[in-house]
Design a protein around this ligand. Structure first.
Ligand code: SF4
Ligand code: SF4
Length: 152
């Protein structure tokens, strides 16, 4: 059903734009005072003073898990690097001193400037050695090199 929009009669008072200008200034003043004295009632969050709650399964910065004896859980199989669509994981494998584990990672790097935070590395890992539920969603550095996270 068509909606009929009725325009106000174009009186001298209306075409002077004075009432609309006053209404606009009132709205601006209302928002300004609310932000000044009652900002907790605003629908926005004063980030980074107050950070929003991050869901537990949100894909944030990676971390690598360790075994109970403190050794890396990663067995340097390379599955995460193979699954990574951004090709931003670099692993160097070495012999493991543990007789039950053939290899371990001696160097594990993720370039967070290239990473697209898809989580495929976490899905691909057969030993649950890499996770992304750190809750760290923003990390800021002053050089490109510092975005290269070295885990071992
Ligand atoms: S989250 Fe995705 S892009 Fe980032 S390292 Fe893992 S697989 Fe690669
Ligand atoms: S998939 Fe898991 S075990 Fe294999 S290299 Fe990656 S983190 Fe290590």
């Amino acid at each position: 059903m068509p909606r009929i929009v009725r325009h106000p009669e174009r009186t001298l008072w209306v075409v002077s734009y004075v009432p609309e200008a006053i209404r606009g200034l009132y709205t601006t003043l209302r928002h300004f005072l609310r932000g000044l004295f009652k900002y907790e009632t605003l629908p926005t969050i004063p980030y980074p003073t107050i950070k929003p709650g991050i869901p537990k399964d949100y894909r944030g910065k990676h971390y690598l898990l360790k075994r109970a004896d403190g050794s890396p859980r990663c067995v340097a199989c390379g599955m995460c690097a193979a699954a990574c669509p951004a090709r931003c994981i670099k692993i160097k494998a070495g012999d493991s001193p543990d007789g039950f584990v053939e290899k371990r990672a001696v160097s594990f790097e993720i370039d967070h400037l290239a990473c697209v935070f898809c989580g495929l590395c976490v899905e691909a890992c057969p030993v649950d050695a890499i996770r992304m539920d750190t809750g760290k969603t923003s990390f800021v550095h002053d050089s490109r090199e510092k975005f290269l996270a070295k885990y071992y």
